[in-house]
Design a protein around this ligand. Structure first.
Ligand code: SF4
Length: 363
C-alpha cells in the first residue's frame, strides 16, 4: 500500500490526521484484505480509497505448494504487468521466513542462477517488496502464525536497488506498523563492495549474507561475473570493515556445485578465508538443484565438505533446502513470458531464457 497516496485521499476528503494511523493499523496490524474491510471508515471514505489507492501493488497470479506443505511459492503481477516470485518457508520450529524479490530479473549474471538468465527488467519499489511480505502475513494470520523472518534472497541483487530495499526494511520494521525486529531481516549480496560499505554505516542491525560460492578467484569469476570487479580479497576487506563497524555476524552462502567448488582445494581455500574471523563468519552450505549447466554435489560429498570445515572449527551449517519440487529453492526463481503471452517459471523459464541468449561468459 502506498501511504503517500492514502494521505492524498485523506487530504482531499478533509479527513483528520489520525486517519493515516488507522489505515496503517488496518493494513499492517489487523491485516484485513482490502479497503471494504476497514470498517472504522465510513462507506463513502472506503469507496474514495478504493478508487484512489490499490490495497496491494502486487496481485497474486499463481500459488504453488511443496508436497510437504512447508514451502509456498507465489507468483505476483505488478501494476505494469511484470511478474515476480516470492517464497514462504515454514520450519517446524515456528519460523516463517519470506524470501522476497527486490528486482524483476537481475543484471548480475551468476551462471548457476535461474534469475540471472532473465537479465534486469527493472527495480522493484519498496511498496512492491512490502506487499510481497504482507501477502504471506495475511495468509498466516487466520492460523495465528506470523512472518518471523525476511530475507532479500529472491530475484535481484539488493545492493543494486539499495534505497528502495532499505525503505522497505524501515517500513516493515516500523513499530507502529508491522513491527518486525531489525535482526529478523537479512540482506544478501553477491558481493557488491560499495553496497556492503554503505550497509556497514546503517544504524539498523540488519543481517548481512554474502553469496560467496567459492573462495578461489578463478572459480568464482567463472560462476559469478561480479568477481571480476570485486575479487575475493576486495570483497573480504569490505566484509571486515562491516564486521569492525557493526560487530555483527556475516553469513557466507555456499551452493555446492559438483566438480566446480566442492573439491578439497576449494574446501581448503574456504577454510583459509573463514579462519580470519571465526567469531563473526558463518558458512551456510546449500544443496544445489541440478540444471542444464551444473549438477549439485551428491549427499556424501556434501557431508565430506561439511566435515572438512567442521574439523577446521569453522562455524558451518548445512542449510535445509526448501521447495525443490516447486522450483522455489535457491537459484530457481525465474519467470519468462513469451511474445504469445505464454508464461513459464523456474528451471523451465531459465532453460528457455538460456536458449534465447548467448551462453554466459566463463562457462
Ligand atoms: Fe542475481 Fe542473486 Fe541470481 Fe546472482 S544469484 S544472478 S545476484 S539473483
Amino acid at each position: 500500500m502506498n501511504l503517500q497516496h492514502v494521505k492524498a485521499v485523506f487530504d482531499e476528503q478533509k479527513q483528520p490526521a489520525f486517519r493515516l494511523a488507522q489505515a496503517k493499523r488496518a493494513f499492517f496490524v489487523d491485516m484485513v484484505g482490502g479497503w471494504d474491510q476497514v470498517t472504522t471508515f465510513s462507506k463513502p471514505l472506503r469507496e474514495a480509497l478504493e478508487k484512489g489507492v490499490a490495497w496491494s501493488s502486487v496481485k497474486l497470479v499463481v500459488v504453488k505448494k511443496s508436497a510437504d506443505a512447508k514451502t509456498i511459492k507465489a507468483l505476483f503481477e505488478c501494476a505494469d504487468g511484470k511478474k515476480i516470485e516470492a517464497v514462504l518457508m515454514r520450519s517446524e520450529t515456528g519460523r516463517n521466513t519470506v524470501c522476497l524479490s527486490c528486482q524483476v530479473g537481475c543484471p548480475m549474471g551468476c551462471t548457476f542462477c535461474a534469475t540471472g538468465t532473465m537479465g534486469l527488467v527493472r527495480n522493484l519499489t519498496a511498496e512492491e517488496m512490502v506487499d510481497q511480505v504482507m501477502h504471506f502475513a495475511r495468509e498466516l494470520k487466520p492460523e495465528g502464525a506470523q512472518v518471523t523472518n525476511i530475507v532479500y534472497m529472491g530475484m535481484g541483487e539488493p545492493m543494486n536497488n539499495y534505497d528502495e530495499v532499505m525503505k522497505s526494511i524501515r517500513a516493515l520494521h516500523d513499530p507502529e506498523g508491522f513491527n518486525l525486529g531489525s535482526r529478523h531481516f537479512t540482506v544478501s549480496t553477491c558481493g557488491l563492495v560499495p553496497g556492503i560499505l554503505k550497509f556497514a554505516e546503517e544504524p539498523m542491525q540488519v543481517n548481512l549474507a554474502i553469496s560467496l560460492h567459492s573462495a578461489v578467484n578463478e572459480t568464482r569469476t567463472k560462476i559469478m561475473p561480479v568477481n571480476r570487479a570485486f575479487p575475493v580479497e576486495k570483497l573480504m576487506n569490505a566484509v571486515e570493515t562491516y564486521c569492525a563497524r557493526t560487530n555483527r555476524k556475516v553469513f557466507f552462502e555456499y551452493l555446492l556445485l559438483k566438480g566446480i567448488n566442492d573439491t578439497p582445494e576449494e574446501a581448503r581455500a574456504l577454510i583459509k578465508l573463514m579462519e580470519k574471523n571465526p567469531r563473526l563468519y558463518h558458512v551456510n552450505l546449500i544443496k544445489y538443484h541440478d540444471t542444464a549447466l551444473y549438477e549439485g554435489t551428491p549427499k556424501d560429498d556434501r557431508n565430506d565438505f561439511l566435515l572438512q570445515l567442521k574439523e577446521a572449527e569453522i562455524p558451518v551449517t548445512h542449510r535445509v533446502s526448501f521447495g525443490e519440487d516447486i522450483d522455489a529453492a535457491c537459484g530457481q526463481l525465474a519467470v519468462r513470458e513469451s511474445s504469445t503471452g505464454k508464461m513459464t517459471q523456474g528451471t523451465e523459464a531459465a532453460r528457455e531464457n538460456r536458449q534465447s541468449k548467448p551462453k554466459p561468459a566463463g562457462v
